[in-house]
Design a binder for this molecule. Structure first.
Ligand code: R5P
Length: 318
């Protein structure tokens, strides 16, 4: 008897554009099992049998983050009770991932709690993209595969044929990622911005200083997340003040919470490249320097590799 009855794609409501693209790549159908009751409660019913099937739930936790996490929990519970084989969460943007440690007194480790809730609901495996800190995989007992957006972003930057390239991390936390990009892009150098956050003011940061030389260089800032765009626009100002010729940004997840659109429209960033892990709002879409690269192909490959049991290394994870 075969291990499974095949696989099925289910999607929550966080990024339906992305789930449609993934289904198209896989030449299959995606089902949307969530609707809302009049009082706002989420109603889930999977419209087809999932008995002994691998169930892939595509749902980044962006937008209505708490409601979208609840959708995942309810879909997983429904799939588990309907005798699914494996329940795999494809969560390219994993919300609460920046709250991954007890950095102040009396604060939760939210990322750990979310992982435990997923485990309890029946999710047996998680697939993320550029998770904020990779040690979070230890918060979950099952397999947690983290994909790298560099698989699609590095070839994109290479095509731009940027001369005198220096790759910059906007903070010390991103130094390992920026180093990997610099190596793969054969950059002339690497620079790291010294960013400080005022923890009493949410989403506020300052770029105080930097290590590295950007004089007359073309700079690519690499980050995992653009939220309010404070980190990248502060870094950009510092880089231009240190003599950079051109500054652009490549980031995996574009949350673009206000005032990101305003900050970006006032900035001198020549290009802001993000993936479609999170749908863009209209204010951001209308900015001429914003470019979106799709992760649909990468996720489709990860789904097939997971279902058929082939290795993720090589083509999918670099
Ligand atoms: C922080 O450690 C992250 O890597 C990002 O740099 C940060 O979340 C970006 O936030 P914002 O755009 O609000 O500065």
């Amino acid at each position: 008897m075969p291990r499974t009855n095949g696989y099925i794609l289910l999607s929550g409501s966080a990024n339906t554009e992305l789930s449609v693209k993934v289904a198209k790549k896989l030449k299959t159908k995606v089902y949307y099992p969530c609707t809302k009751f009049a009082d706002g409660e989420i109603n889930v019913q999977i419209p087809v049998s999932v008995r002994r099937k691998d169930v892939f739930i595509i749902q980044p936790t962006c937008g209505e983050v708490n409601a979208n996490i609840m959708e995942i929990l309810l879909i997983a519970d429904a799939a588990r009770r309907a005798s699914a084989n494996e329940i795999i969460l494809i969560c390219p943007y994993f919300g609460y991932s920046r709250q991954d440690r007890k950095c102040d007194p009396r604060v939760p480790v939210s990322a750990s709690l979310i992982a435990s809730m997923l485990e309890h609901s029946g999710v047996s495996r998680i697939i993320t993209l550029d998770i904020h800190s990779e040690q979070q995989q230890g918060f979950f007992k099952g397999p947690w595969d983290n994909l790298y957006a560099s698989y699609i972003l590095v070839p994109y930057i290479k095509k731009l044929k940027i001369k005198n390239l220096v790759v910059v991390s906007p903070d010390k936390g991103g130094a390992v990622r920026a180093t990997a990009y610099a190596r793969r892009l054969d950059a002339e150098g690497l620079a790291i911005v010294y960013k400080e956050r005022d923890t009493s003011v949410k989403n506020s940061s300052k770029a105080l200083d930097m290590i590295g030389d950007v004089q007359n260089k073309n700079v690519v800032i690499v980050d995992d997340i653009i939220d309010t765009a404070g980190s990248i626009t502060n870094a950009e100002k510092l880089l231009y003040s240190r003599g950079a010729k051109d500054v652009c940004v490549v980031a995996t997840h574009g949350i673009f919470s206000p005032p990101a659109a305003e900050r970006l429209s006032k900035s001198s960033l020549t290009r802001v490249v993000v993936t479609d892990s999170i749908p863009l709002n209209n204010d951001i879409k209308s900015l001429p320097n914003v470019k979106v690269i799709s992760i649909a192909g990468l996720l489709a490959k990860a789904i097939l590799a997971t279902h058929t049991g082939i290795s993720f290394s090589g083509e999918i994870i670099d």
